[in-house]
Design a protein around this ligand. Sequence first.
Ligand code: ADP
Ligand code: MG
Length: 289
Amino acid sequence: ATPIAILVGTGRGAQLGVLITGPEALEVAERVDTIVLDKTGTLTEGRMSVAGRTVFADPDADADRLVASLEHASEHPVARALAGLVDEHEDVTDFAGLAGRGVTGTVAGRAVFAGRPAFVAEYLGAELADDVQQAVDAAAVSGATAVVAGWDGAVHAVYAVADTVRGDSADTVARLRDRGLDVILLTGDNEGAARAAADAVGIREVVAGVLPEQKVDEIVRLQAAGRRVAMVGDGVNDAAALATADLGIAMGGGTDAAMHASDIALTGHGLAPVLTALDLSRRTMRIIR
Ligand code: ADP
Ligand code: MG
């Protein structure tokens, strides 16, 4: 039978914006010693904006319009920023979104693509040209996410997309550490953008440039080293890692995929509700003993 304290704790959680899916979650939360944080939409607001753009090869079509139309069909924070480049979007057919990689589809009769540099190189079956790589590097150095885009087999633009660290991230990371937890940043974004966000909030341990399945590998690696891992994420790209972690915590305002894969779903704003969840579990388990 479920102890009364767990039921009370679960009910209290609902009032505090901490939705607990199973009776074990509060027990597991108390034993966690490592917190793995996603970057985009978790440590950062996930409300990205286009900070810069480099256009290549005299495009005979409007790059912003084609890319924005394609990204309009995706819900990734990067996609929402790029979709905002134009007010009116063209129809997209054959849309395909690859979590943590990028998107492809047909817009105005052209086969349009946009995504992380490695994905685009793989999609095109060729290394990125030097001038494209230079634009990618420049975006990364500035702490932005580089999105390589184009159509019909050629790169036509590199966008630098920037995000803002959440107002409560640095304080929350400090408090997690005060509670004796190891804090790790795990992101699909490039090393430069990852380091910029990590530095801003005081995280030293960073694993960047990983695909969604590699996020899972990293969680498994930590578990194999004896860690009890909580993963905090918001995206489709985090779902598998959230399900693999000892405790999955979905950010408020995150995707349904993240919520369904998690043991705890936050309904509030920002990163601080993670502390609320951990403190609730500690209080609840203390009552039981
Ligand atoms: P994070 O782990 O920081 O949440 P993701 O794993 O979701 O990041 O994405 C990793 C990278 O894949 C992004 O930084 C971006 O370069 C690329 N990407 C993902 N989705 C899209 C998209 N819809 N359009 C363009 N690029 C994308
Ligand atoms: Mg994310």
